[in-house]
Write a protein that binds this ligand. Structure first.
Ligand code: TXA
Ligand code: MG
Length: 329
């Protein structure tokens, strides 16, 4: 929707209903949480999630946090171990995000979790956020509502300055009370602090024992040094080799196509999928991880990938394809 006006609506009155309708229609909605403003989209809607990455101008697909109205809804997305249960009971609703194993039947679009087997979930404590989530009735993925590389927004005016013309609606609930992003704890093996945030570490340590993070090359072993967000999120890697910029298909290869044009020898591909037959990068982004998984499952040793243009979301798509193609240790 680049170029169209972004509407700001004050909290109260019809705001909650408008917000829920915007999400249901696949629109992008900025809303306040107790930490910072989030840029929300229907978590199940792949193309809406793709537009969200485009609006943020991120050159990569960072996995997103799924926001839920209550802990029961979060249990439908991820598997809670004992530590996760204790943290949720102690701090939800509130400024804590849990990274959990993604449930097999999790309805969240693969793009939102960047193809990972884990998912970040949070039940925010902000009244307006909870009302919107309850009215919508499904998971809402929401990164901070800033352009990539900018600081997280704590007022509706910050959001407008960064994302005006790129999103449909901003619900103005005033300044966010905490102004700092949620604390992220992974409960995949032992609880691990992934990102320090609005919930202090000491509070968390009253409930669970945090594991010592794995040492990072070049970083001092200092608690004050944040683990790079998503640092635990080893990138999704297919088992098959990827051959990028393929202009012909070789024997035994699977084909990941893009656009209406055909490629030499396409008929001999053991399996073929097209990211977007009409050459649309938003559609391609929405299909990226699920198509890679499906072609990987075909058993081909190599997936030949046709060239994807580098503009718009193409930059992030090519970034992920290059990582997936990189030789593994
Ligand atoms: O306070 C907040 O957390 C705000 C409000 C809107 O909820 N959201 C926020 O989202 O800060 P974002 O996208 O700016 O930061 C979320 C971080 C990302 O750095 C991402 O890498 C990490 O969470 N993350 C999400 N899913 C993950 C996963 N499965 N494994 C590891 N890290 C993950
Ligand atoms: Mg952010």
């Amino acid at each position: 929707m680049t170029g169209r006006a972004t509407e700001i609506i004050a909290a109260g009155g019809a705001a909650v209903e408008r917000a829920a309708r915007t999400l249901a229609a696949g629109g992008l909605l900025a809303f306040p949480t107790e930490t910072v403003y989030g840029l929300g989209a229907d978590a199940r809607n792949g193309p809406a999630v793709a537009r969200l990455y485009e609006a943020k101008g991120r050159p990569t697909f960072n996995p997103l946090i799924a926001h839920l109205a209550d802990p029961a809804a979060a249990r439908a997305l991820g598997d809670f171990d004992q530590a996760a249960e204790r943290l949720a009971a102690a701090f939800w609703p509130g400024p804590l995000t849990l990274v959990l194993p993604r449930r097999k039947d999790c309805p969240v679009a693969e793009l939102a979790t960047a193809g990972l087997d884990s998912i970040a979930v949070r039940v925010p404590g902000h009244g307006l956020a909870r009302e919107i989530l309850a009215a919508f009735g499904h998971a809402v993925v929401a990164p901070s509502a800033n352009r990539s590389g900018h600081v997280s927004p704590t007022t509706a005016q910050h959001v407008l300055a960064d994302l005006g013309g790129h999103i449909e609606l901003i619900v103005d609930g005033g300044a966010t009370p905490m102004g700092l992003e949620s604390t992220i704890v992974a409960c995949l093996d032992r609880p691990l602090l992934l990102r320090p945030g609005a919930l202090p570490r000491a509070e968390i340590e009253r409930v669970v024992v945090l594991a010592v993070p794995p040492p990072r090359a070049g970083a001092p072993a200092d608690d004050a040094v944040p683990i790079a967000p998503g640092g635990l999120a080893s990138h999704y890697a297919p088992r098959a080799q990827l051959r990028l910029d393929a202009r012909e298909i070789r024997a035994g290869e699977a084909l990941l196509a893009f656009g209406p044009a055909s490629v030499l020898g396409a008929g001999r591909a053991v399996s073929a999928l097209n990211l977007s037959p009409r050459g649309d990068l938003i559609e391609a982004a929405a299909n990226l991880f699920s198509h890679l998984r499906a072609l990987d499952a075909s058993g081909a040793a190599t997936i030949a990938v046709m060239p994807v243009p580098q503009h718009g979301l193409g930059e992030a798509i090519n970034d992920r394809l290059r990582r997936a193609a990189a030789p593994r240790a």
